[in-house]
Design a protein around this ligand. Structure first.
Ligand code: ZN
Ligand code: ZN
Length: 388
């Protein structure tokens, strides 16, 4: 069975919504206009309940099936926020807001979930409750966590939860998924190395923090190469090395290093933190300097549960004719991970074709992916809660 005919018919209309959202990007929790647009559409479709302000600016909508004999409820999630990037696509519906852009396709995700909402509200061909989740602040603001902390799963009785992200490089309308870890956790660290500044010609009277910090950067490479089991996946990158000296003849007093640790194995988050602290503090101490480490935990590993991954793959195969159900995991992170920590569920990739990568100023969501994406959301509801 291919994409749902009704959703194929609706593609032109859904494309208009997508392009409207694309032209009006909003960041983080400040998605008031986007949430307003979502609510306006949901009202027009005649959904049963709409709740605004969940997790600050998230929206939750309920669509009841024709019957409810088993008390089933399935959550479907889309993200609404854009990125602080200056758009360079030259499209006639490009961002109208300087410095803000839908460069991750969340305009597409929101529009596809709206399309599925319209279809489900019209057809109601299921036994149970579909809960539609429109979240803010996926891009670094943990909007998914904010919604969970606001009681998302309990208040709406969600038993399973499903999400989708477009994927450049995968043919349009095709799907890819895997059970287990799909996307990495992402933690950040900042190391402040303090020594003693001085004249470049008299290093013996100073404690050269540039040298100390350089040893720290080199030693940090041993975390992945010598602490982590070689068959596990961990990446550690020092992205910033900033000294307080702006002159060639001045020894810096402090150096600030900033970096990130990403992994598909949750146990290595704690191990990496311990090693980074130890290496920074003890290396600094060996040179008579000191190091202060600040560790900021970010999104957890996105882990697809086994059974729900196969349900998601079966729905994708029904829509697209085939599915790659053993795709490789990748190292970006995703705050749908928080929802998957609370309920079984799965996250799936939908092909966006041969486009620029997400977060690139020339990226654009491909509207031809809309029928497949909407159909997968609707299919999940109809398959997991079959009509009586
Ligand atoms: Zn993104
Ligand atoms: Zn994204």
């Amino acid at each position: 069975m291919p994409v749902k005919n009704r959703l194929a018919e609706m593609q032109a209309e859904i494309t208009k919504w997508r392009r409207h959202l694309h032209a009006h990007p909003e960041l983080m929790y400040d998605v008031h206009e986007t949430a307003g647009f979502v609510v306006e559409r949901l009202k027009a479709f005649g959904v049963d309940e709409i709740t605004e302000g969940v997790g600050k600016t998230g929206v939750v909508a309920v669509i009841k099936g024709r019957s409810d004999t088993k008390g089933r409820a399935i959550g479907l999630r889309a993200d609404m926020d854009a990125l602080p990037i200056e758009e360079a696509t030259g499209l006639d519906y490009a961002s109208t807001v300087p410095g803000k852009m839908h460069a991750c396709g969340h305009d597409g995700h929101t529009s596809m979930l709206l399309g599925a909402a319209q279809y489900l509200a019209e057809t109601r061909n299921f036994d149970g409750t579909a809960v539609l989740i429109f979240q803010p602040a996926e891009e670094g603001g943990a909007g998914g966590l904010a919604m969970c902390q606001d009681g998302l799963m309990e208040r709406w009785g969600i038993q399973e939860v499903y999400g989708m992200h477009n994927m450049p490089g995968l043919p349009v309308g095709e799907f890819a998924i895997r059970p287990g870890a799909l996307l990495a956790s992402s933690d950040e660290f900042e190391i402040t190395v303090t020594g003693k500044g001085g004249h470049a010609a008299a290093p013996h009277e100073a404690v050269d923090t540039t040298l100390v910090a350089s040893h720290i950067v080199v030693s940090l490479q041993s975390v992945v190469s010598r602490t982590v089991d070689p068959i596990k996946r961990v990446v550690l990158t020092v992205g910033t090395f900033e000294t307080d000296s702006v002159a060639s003849n001045v020894i810096a007093h402090t150096v600030r290093l900033k970096g990130t640790v990403r992994t598909l194995d949750p146990e290595y988050r704690a191990i990496a933190e311990q090693r980074v602290r130890r290496i920074a503090e003890d290396t600094a101490s060996a040179f008579d300097a000191s190091a202060k480490v600040e560790w900021t935990p970010g999104y957890p590993v996105t882990v697809n549960s086994e059974a729900e991954t196969s349900y998601a793959a079966e729905a994708a195969a029904a829509v697209a004719g085939k599915v790659n159900d053993g795709t490789d995991p990748i190292m970006p992170s995703e705050d749908f991970a928080y929802m998957l920590e609370e309920r079984p569920g799965a996250y799936i990739f939908l092909g966006n074709g041969d486009t620029a990568m997400c977060h690139h100023p020339e990226y654009n969501f491909d509207d031809d992916a809309i029928p497949a994406g909407c159909s997968w959301f609707a299919e999940m509801v109809e398959r997991r809660m079959p009509a009586e």
